[in-house]
Design a protein around this ligand. Sequence first.
Ligand SMILES: Nc1ncnc2c1ncn2[C@@H]1O[C@H](COP(=O)(O)OP(=O)(O)OP(=O)(O)O)[C@@H](O)[C@H]1O
Ligand SMILES: [Mg+2]
Length: 340
Amino acid sequence: MQSDFAIDMGTSNTRIFTVGKGIAVNEPSAAVFDNTEEEIKEVGTKAYEMLGRVSGRYSVICPIKEGVIADYGIACGMVGKFLKKVMRSSIVMPKAVVCVPSETTAVEKSALLNLLETFGANRIGMIKQPVAAAMGAGIDITSPHGAFVVNIGGGMADMAVISLGGTALTGTVRSAGNAMDEEIVRYIRHTYNMHIGKHTAENAKINAGSVIPGTVSGTYTIKGKCMITGMPIKVDIDAEELVEPLQKTANKIIAKIRDMLENTPPELVGDIHTDGIILTGGMARLRGIDKFIGEAVELKVRIADEPELCAIKGSGAAIEYLNSRKNKINPLNDTRLNRN
Ligand SMILES: Nc1ncnc2c1ncn2[C@@H]1O[C@H](COP(=O)(O)OP(=O)(O)OP(=O)(O)O)[C@@H](O)[C@H]1O
Ligand SMILES: [Mg+2]
């Protein structure tokens, strides 16, 4: 029996959809590497929990940076372990859809295709992340009506104006969720002389972060290391303090959205004016992000249901396009047959 699958290797999370099981993997893109035995020990959630907590023999590696493979060997090992969890060994030559950032170089695409071929995929189709996210958000991408999708993940804000299954315009900002975490690390260091880790910053963003003043109230306790004494300390910050650092990244994304709108053909702008912008990706959950973007560009902004799952849901839905040539409008690019 064959089980076709779709995969989205994101900067923060890897998600795999299989025909039959639906979303079967949804785990952090991380691996624990044993430097002595030179092999991967753990992947996903268990590996991510160890980030910043191991040294010496073990390293925690996040092999995807800004949406593309940064460490091929680790990415391959990680995907192999994820696929092993969900695929039966008897499976031969499945077909695969892979979700890619909308602006990907030929070399980056080739690395992804080679990686999937390693796992026996015999026909591979690529779908651009915002197109997949639009499908996963329930938008009919085959219509000639223009839709503006902004997917904000860990490594990038990936956006596109979509019409007739294709992208009329794409744009990428290589700073998103991770950049916001780094802004929090920087703010806490400057303001409180305290060094905090990535996990702590991310938790602060998720639990107390907002881009609109007045959205979150009260204090939030942050634990870290005093930069003067080297001792463990904690401070109670006002949740409001996070607004400004988080707005810095949000403003970069807004500048790109403006730039895209300026370059969109008039008819499609008209459609976007009517329907507004659709926000997907994990960062769509940040408090106030829809309002902040909406007020800046004077458009309605709608957050998709389960925004972090839109891209994998859409990639899974696109598997059907691999099997049929009769679809005139096809959201897949660069479908390729395995050379082996
Ligand atoms: N409730 C929340 N509030 C704020 N941020 C959140 C929330 N949930 C998830 N995030 C953030 O969303 C980001 C991950 O989103 P997502 O899973 O869409 O990224 P990705 O697909 O792995 O990355 P990319 O598409 O950029 O390569 C992380 O930065 C995470 O901290
Ligand atoms: Mg993503």
